[in-house]
Design a protein around this ligand. Structure first.
Ligand SMILES: Nc1nc2c(ncn2[C@@H]2O[C@H](COP(=O)(O)OP(=O)(O)O)[C@@H](O)[C@H]2O)c(=O)[nH]1
Ligand SMILES: [Mg+2]
Length: 311
């Protein structure tokens, strides 16, 4: 496909069109990914997550400047649970990062979370792979830290950056949700506000409680709006990349991710097959039997699965 060739050469419009094709789960998306995949695997994928309003987009905007000054090319994916067509937040993200949209080496794309419940859609990861294959050195993914997407980001990012802020209950949140385990770098943004030192202290205490680890996540105060602390954040990100490249933990993560990749594809393909079979099988008779409790849904599902497997 011409469009794939052009995208692989870095043509932004072709890259955008490829991502759209993947996002709409068109029939060709599997074929596209088969061609893309061998060219991927080089980019550093960085997930930036945290509560809405924590300052993720503001921080990303500053990070982009920082990273592109070091000569690296950047792709950005902003994932927002609201629809990409109606979401004000997405528009806000665009505006906040607009200063970069004219730079040829920075590609910015917003995506919805359609596809899986509250989490990241498979399309997000595939979009990251596309940006990777098309020559971006760094892929930044902004996700709103609500529920599953916070966990999902760990599955697709090499480096997870968690943005916390004072006065938003984030101190309590990290304790209860166990998300402390997914973060490689903690940013305490809005350090111009009261209470940020306390969060920095609390996170450090919790990290101490976890005991010795090969990578000790740094806790970095920032004032993203003014760019304060952004150089430390960028340095921490590159330190983490260096750690992954030189430590068995990096290899372990890569292997775990590859395993999940195949699992996710299997789940998606099997779900399609089974759903199609059920669509063909379903009849008012079966439903009546279920309503009258002559049959139970477990048996119906078992029978259907058996049929699918033996066909
Ligand atoms: N006081 C203060 N406000 C900030 C800082 N960083 C970002 N903001 C503001 O916080 C609001 C939310 O920022 P945004 O980047 O959209 O947050 P996101 O939802 O996490 O992407 C915006 O009005 C920013 O201007 C900061 O360091 N200090
Ligand atoms: Mg944002």
């Amino acid at each position: 496909m011409v469009i794939i060739e052009k995208a692989l050469q870095g043509d932004p419009r072709s890259i955008a069109r490829l991502i759209t094709m993947i996002e709409s789960e068109s029939l060709s998306s599997v074929e596209i990914m088969k061609l893309i995949y061998p060219r991927s695997g080089k980019a550093h994928i960085i997930g930036v997550t945290g509560s809405p309003g924590a300052g993720k987009s503001t921080l990303l905007d500053k990070l982009i400047t920082h990273i592109s000054h070091s000569g690296l090319t950047i792709g950005v994916i902003a994932v927002d649970p609201s629809s990409p067509f109606t979401g004000g937040a997405v528009l806000g993200d665009r505006l906040r990062m607009q200063s970069h949209s004219l730079e040829p080496d920075v590609f910015i794309r917003s995506m919805g979370t359609r596809g899986s419940l509250g989490g990241l859609s498979r399309g997000t990861y595939e979009a990251a792979l596309i940006l990777d294959a098309c020559g971006k050195d760094v892929v930044l993914i902004e996700t709103v830290g609500v529920g599953q997407s916070e966990i999902d980001i760990m599955k697709i990012a090499d480096t997870v950056v968690l943005v916390l802020v004072p006065g938003m209950g984030d101190d309590i949140q990290i304790m209860k949700a166990g998300i402390i385990e997914i973060a490689d770098i903690f940013i305490v943004n809005k350090a111009d506000r009261d209470g940020s030192e306390r969060i920095v202290r609390e996170v450090n205490i919790m990290l101490d409680l976890q005991g010795e680890k090969a990578w000790r996540p740094p806790v970095i105060p920032t004032i993203a709006e003014r760019g304060d602390g952004v150089d430390s954040a960028a340095k921490a990100i590159f330190d983490h990349r260096h750690f992954l490249e030189n430590n068995s933990e990096g290899k372990r993560r890569k292997m775990a991710r590859l395993r999940i990749e195949v699992e996710e594809i299997l789940k998606r393909e099997i779900a399609k097959i089974v759903e199609n079979a059920w669509d063909r099988q379903i009849s008012s008779e079966v439903l009546e039997d279920l309503a009258a409790r002559k049959k139970d849904p477990y048996t119906v599902a078992d029978e259907l699965l058996l049929k699918v497997i033996s066909s």
